[in-house]
Design a protein around this ligand. Sequence first.
Ligand SMILES: C[S@@+](CC[C@H](N)C(=O)[O-])C[C@H]1O[C@@H](n2cnc3c(N)ncnc32)[C@H](O)[C@@H]1O
Length: 278
Amino acid sequence: MKYVEVIFSCKPDTEEVTDVLAAQLADLGFESFVKSSPGLLAYLPEEKFSVEDIDLLLQDFFLDAEIAYSYNVIEDKNWNEEWEKHYFQPIVFEDKCIIHSSFHHPEGSYRYRILIDPKMAFGTGHHQTTGLILREILSMDLQKRSVLDMGCGTAVLAILASMCGADPLLAIDVDEWAYRNALENVRLNGIENIDVLHGDARLLGSQTFDVIFANINRNILLQDIPAYAKVLNRGGKLLLSGFYREDIPAIREKCEEQGLLYHHFSEMDNWVAVVCEK
Ligand SMILES: C[S@@+](CC[C@H](N)C(=O)[O-])C[C@H]1O[C@@H](n2cnc3c(N)ncnc32)[C@H](O)[C@@H]1O
């Protein structure tokens, strides 16, 4: 599969500009982002690439910034090598969980060692939203809890939950590449109790869960919260991320409409994770 690498240069090159740009590009189908100077590298499959879509997004960009871009078509294989060599460094959470790739050999003793070979899927732990949910997971008792990871990307959240004792687990992603990468990572970590499916909330049926993670984006969450609420067990927790602090009221209202109780939120660089309970 061929990918397009789009190089955005932003003036001013602030985190606010690149974060908002990345969030809007994700809605156009961009799958991976790397901060660069000055701006952002963004990647998507060649068949989803449209110059018109990007031009329109930049015309309507609501922050005061000058953004220019250029692009190259790259082979998937080269992308993986580049990613592995330059972009993905091991990352540690709360001194007890390390996420690294199979080409890293980090020292130190950690209760949870997660191996992720990310390819094009989102979820190395480096994005604020992944980190927010990983920290929530580390603070929970997941022993024998059934877990759904919607929008699983690399499946990093489901893998940590499984290592923390959750059982059984279901991980779902709408993107075929993420689905295949999730399968690979689950296998790589020797985990046997995570089912991985390719699709979206329409796959949810009679199976119910004690805990649901959904780190996707504001619009998909607003659309799918009713489906998640339906399959959440009484007393169960819904962990949502992929949106900004200013989106909390809309997300909270949608959860409350479905009979969920708002519990708390955590925040990093204006990205948030919200926890609700049924
Ligand atoms: C922000 S990434 C999160 C990945 C990973 N869970 C993490 O926390 O790092 C969002 C993922 O949701 C997937 N996605 C987008 N829309 C979806 C939908 N309607 N249903 C399921 N997955 C979806 C994307 O393909 C992407 O892999």
